[in-house]
Design a protein around this ligand. Structure first.
Ligand code: SF4
Length: 359
């Protein structure tokens, strides 16, 4: 019999979780740097594939799979890795427990990355059957990447889980922008154990001309629909990247959100996709204005995303305080430079000079 794996290499995720992307392939978790190519169009075959088996075998043999270097690096720097966090959460201390429980035939967590313009194999009837078969052990399903309401596989998967009668023990997570909403989702969400919706509220300082060309009326209407859904089992988190284009109206908009949608959580992220939009590169004369705004935001204890770049910003402004950091897998958003620059100049003509100094 094989010896138990070394605790420093042990990670239960290759036995419990699968992340799938039509464009990139599969990997055991979102922290892994290795996507294995798609050797099949059947999700169950991919879950039982040689590549996933090799990753499990590496761990059982006391080694870390190559793609797991992200965890190794964090641990080498003295930081807690997702592997360690997961090991604390999961009761499985070695693979024998997992195999004994015969749980290897189905993942506990399935994460789907939707790709823009790609019809996912998840929408294939055979894969909806796989999802139905996985339902009894599935605990979490998440959709990331492209806007889910543009993919038929999103709603069909929710319907499959609901009709399996097993959705009641599945936690659902998805990311969406506020320009899209399908009313069907309001009927489906209450069937799930818990739902977490992350709403990409990009550049919400630009109320009249939203970056994705969605009319403000649509955004407000959809905010109300999410509000009707929110409750003990459904949490709504608004994600916003603070940058030079929204920082001056942020306080006003946050006030409005707080007054009208007190149930929503708000997470602010300070990593700008491009250097010139980052509030960290502002000229000194903008610093006091920004400090004033951030004082307002931090005083209200909004959530800040761990790794969002908030710490250096607060240090820069001398505002380090008791900030609650949360972990979240937030995608970086690319911004349209020209559009935003025009937008900013129109809204803040007196401040547009800052752009000249910061670009
Ligand atoms: S060791 Fe880290 S990267 Fe590898 S599967 Fe576990 S959590 Fe994911």
């Amino acid at each position: 019999m094989m010896a138990p794996p070394r605790p420093e290499a042990w990670c239960s995720l290759p036995w419990l979780s699968l992340e799938f992307s039509d464009a990139m392939g599969i990997r055991p978790c979102s922290h892994s740097r290795d996507f294995f190519p798609l050797s099949s169009t059947n999700l169950h075959d991919l879950w039982r594939s040689r590549d996933m088996g090799n990753a499990r075998y590496e761990i059982v043999s006391g080694r870390r799979p190559k793609g797991c270097s992200s965890c190794t690096q964090l641990e080498d720097q003295g930081m807690k890795s997702p592997r360690q966090i997961e090991n604390e959460k999961q009761p499985f201390k070695d693979h024998r427990a997992l195999e004994k429980l015969a749980l290897t035939s189905s993942p506990f967590e399935f994460s789907m990355r939707l790709e823009e313009g790609v019809t996912s194999i998840l929408s294939f009837p055979e894969n909806q059957t796989v999802i139905r078969n996985w339902a009894p052990t599935l605990q979490k399903i998440s959709f990331q990447g492209d806007e889910p309401f543009r993919h038929s596989s999103f709603l069909s998967t929710l319907k499959t889980l609901r009709s399996s009668g097993e959705a009641g023990h599945v936690n659902l997570t998805f990311f969406s922008d506020l320009g899209n909403f399908e009313n069907e989702v309001t009927e489906l969400i209450p069937h799930f154990r818990k739902t977490e919706v992350f709403l990409n509220f990009l550049d919400f300082g630009s109320r009249q001309d939203f970056i994705n060309s969605h009319k403000w009326e649509t955004i407000e209407k959809n905010l109300r629909k999410y509000q009707a859904l929110s409750g003990e089992r459904t949490s709504i988190v608004i994600l916003c990247r603070v940058n030079i284009f929204n920082m001056f109206s942020l306080a006003e908009i946050l006030e409005w959100l707080k007054a009208n949608f007190p149930e929503f959580k708000i997470s602010l992220d300070f990593q700008s996709a491009t250097r010139e939009f980052s509030i960290r590169n502002l000229p000194p004369k903008a610093k006091s204005e920004l400090g004033h705004i951030l004082k307002f935001i931090t005083a209200d204890s909004y959530n800040f995303i761990e790794g969002s770049g908030v710490r250096p910003v607060l240090e820069y402004l001398g505002l380090e305080g008791d900030i609650h950091l949360i972990r979240s897998g937030v995608t970086l958003f690319l911004q349209s430079h020209n559009r935003l620059e025009e937008d900013f100049k129109r809204q803040f003509p007196k401040l547009s000079g800052f752009i000249q100094e910061t670009v």
